[in-house]
Design a protein around this ligand. Sequence first.
Ligand code: DGL
Length: 273
Amino acid sequence: MSGMVGASGRVLFYDSGIGGLSVLGAVRRRCPGLCFSYLFDHEGFPYGELTEREVVDRCVRNLTSMVSRDRFALVVVACNTASTVALPELRRCLDLPVVGVVPAVKPAARLSRLRRIGLLATHGTISRGYTQELISRFASGCEVISVGSARLVELAEAKLRGTVPDPGEISAEISPFLSPDGSPRVDVLVLGCTHFPFLAPEIGTILPGVRLLDSGDAIGRRVAGLLPQDAGCSEVAAGDRAHYVGEMPEQARSQYSGIFSGLGFVSCERFVP
Ligand code: DGL
């Protein structure tokens, strides 16, 4: 389904963890009247280490269940790993617009003067046919250095939950973007995982002068374009709500609740699909 959508101003965001909040922030800046639900698959995290079938099945199960329970104007799959594999099936199963997030390879290729760009994403995203196609369609004139990392996803999620990341660990993960003399080999780096903008300050220190690009603003524009200009939340039970799939120890629950309430969400509850 595409085109303009109906009046309900609630948008559902989906990710394996809370990396999708980097996209939600960009959408909120563009559409301040909307309200949001944020569903994250804690049980399936990290998606980058699952098989394609597992990712698709989890996305379809969790999202069809959530969408049959509450009313949404549209769904944002705020996860590159899921979007690069699950969008066709999600669009078949869900009777509302589904916006995906894929690595910003096209603008990166346009911006690079060195004609050498980096792509930092999960192992899953790097290996997908979708991503290879994106590179050959839009960055064929560039050398693309691709690096997959599960560790950076964990470090970003942990940072949001209060653990300061070790810069040495981040350096080790992104060392393929550095020359032996320590200077950056690329001038543009695509942050192809929605968790990574949360590590942008650390990555920027290790790769000085490199332009870091994520897809957040593009998704903000896309969502704003799909919703009526005056879209807002008219529900009685308005307010942003977070939901997670899977069990969580008390300490993790209270960390996640604290993050969401700091962002103005009214609840953070377990969702059983
Ligand atoms: N934030 C996700 C992405 O954009 C998923 C990371 C993961 O769970 O591996 O790829």
